[in-house]
Design a protein around this ligand. Structure first.
Ligand SMILES: Nc1nc2c(ncn2[C@@H]2O[C@H](COP(=O)(O)OP(=O)(O)OP(=O)(O)O)[C@@H](O)[C@H]2O)c(=O)[nH]1
Ligand SMILES: [Mg+2]
Length: 298
C-alpha cells in the first residue's frame, strides 16, 4: 500500500492569474474571493484539500505587484513569507499573456527557493494549443522548473492531472487537519471577504482598491437567524456616495448579493446591516490596517 502523502504548497503569481479560482476549485468550496480586478486577495488564505491518499494545504497569496501604500507592503510580505517552510511552489501565470516584468521579478525570487517549483499556465481555455509551447519556452529561458503544467482553473481542465503530479513530489506525512476542515480562517473574516467581493463585482475604477470591510458583530439573533453588522470603509466622501448609490440602490444591491452568500456559508437566515464610513487614507495607517485584520504572522 502507498504511504499517505501531505504537504504545504504555496501559489505565487501576478494579480489576476487565477490563484484564488484554483484554490476554490480544488477545495470544492468558495473560501477565497475572486474577481476580475487585480489585487483581490489581500491575506494568505489557507485551503485544505483532503483525499484518501493525501492532504495538501494550498496557500493562496496576494498577487505580486509593486506596492503603493502600506496595505500593499503588507500584502507583498504575506506572499513572500509563504516561500519558506513549504514543500512545493506553484508559480501561476496567464497562458494567454506574454511574460511580464512582474513574472521576471517573481522568478528571480523563486531561483533561491529550495523546494520544487511548478510552472502552472492557467487559462488554457483562452489560448490555442499551438500557442502554448512558445510561451513555455520563454519561461524556461529564465529558470528551470520541476514540472510545467497547463490548466484551466475555471473550467477544470487538467487540474486532476496536475494534482497527481504534485502528489508525487510531496513527502510521506500525516493528515495535519481533520476531514471536513477546509480553511483556517474564522467565519467573521470570510463574511467580511464575501461583502468585499460583492463591492468588487459591482463597482469599478478606484473603489475596489480603496475599500476595507470590517465585521463588527455577528450574533445569533433568533433561532434561525444571524445578525451581521459590518462597516465598509472608503477613503473619500465621494467614494462613500458611489458605494451607497442613488437612493441607496448600490448598497442595497451589495447587501442582497452578500446576504445570499453569507446565508449559504452559515446555513442560516441572515440579517445584514451595512454601514459606509470614510477613513481618510486608511491604506497607509498601520494601526487601522491591523484593526481590519491584516496582521502579520509572528
Ligand atoms: N478564462 C479563464 N478565466 C479564469 C481562469 N481562472 C481564473 N479566471 C478568471 O480570472 C480572474 C481572476 O481570478 P482570481 O482567482 O481572482 O485571480 P487571483 O490570481 O487570485 O487574483 P489576485 O487575488 O488579485 O492576485 C477572474 O475573473 C476569474 O474568473 C481560467 O482558467 N480561465
Ligand atoms: Mg486572489
Amino acid at each position: 500500500m502507498n504511504e499517505y502523502k501531505s504537504g504545504f504548497v504555496t501559489i505565487i503569481g501576478r494579480p489576476n492569474v487565477g490563484k484564488s479560482t484554483f484554490v476554490n476549485r480544488v477545495i470544492g468550496h468558495k473560501i477565497a474571493i475572486m474577481s476580475d480586478k487585480a489585487q483581490t486577495t489581500r491575506n494568505k488564505i489557507q485551503g485544505v484539500m483532503t483525499q484518501d491518499d493525501a492532504q495538501i494545504i494550498f496557500l493562496d497569496t496576494p498577487g505580486i505587484h509593486k506596492p503603493k501604500h502600506k496595505l500593499g507592503d503588507y500584502m507583498m510580505k504575506v506572499a513572500k513569507n509563504t516561500l519558506s517552510e513549504i514543500d512545493a511552489v506553484m508559480f501561476m501565470v496567464n497562458a494567454n499573456e506574454d511574460i511580464g516584468r512582474g513574472d521576471q521579478y517573481i522568478m528571480e525570487m523563486l531561483k533561491t527557493v529550495k523546494t520544487p517549483v511548478f510552472l502552472v499556465l492557467n487559462k488554457i481555455d483562452l489560448v490555442h494549443p499551438d500557442e502554448l509551447m512558445p510561451k513555455i519556452e520563454q519561461y524556461q529561458s529564465y529558470m528551470s522548473f520541476a514540472e510545467i503544467i497547463p490548466i484551466s482553473a475555471l473550467e477544470g481542465h487538467n487540474v486532476d492531472h496536475f494534482l497527481n503530479v504534485l502528489k508525487s513530489y510531496l513527502p510521506e506525512g500525516p493528515q495535519y487537519y481533520p476531514d471536513g476542515q477546509i480553511s483556517d480562517h474564522p467565519e467573521q473574516f470570510v463574511v467580511s471577504e464575501l461583502i468585499r467581493e460583492k463591492i468588487l463585482q459591482t463597482t469599478s475604477e478606484e473603489i475596489p482598491h480603496s475599500i476595507g470591510v470590517n465585521v463588527e458583530r455577528m450574533v445569533q439573533e433568533a433561532e434561525d437567524r444571524v445578525r451581521v453588522e459590518a462597516v465598509i470603509y472608503v477613503e473619500r466622501d465621494s467614494q462613500k456616495g458611489i458605494v451607497i448609490g442613488k437612493g441607496g440602490k448600490k448598497l442595497k444591491e451589495i447587501g442582497k448579493r452578500a446576504r445570499l452568500d453569507i446565508e449559504y456559508l452559515l446555513g442560516s437566515k441572515v440579517y445584514l446591516d451595512l454601514w459606509v464610513k470614510v477613513q481618510k487614507d486608511w491604506r497607509n495607517k498601520s494601526h487601522f490596517i491591523k484593526q481590519m485584520g491584516y496582521v502579520e504572522d509572528e
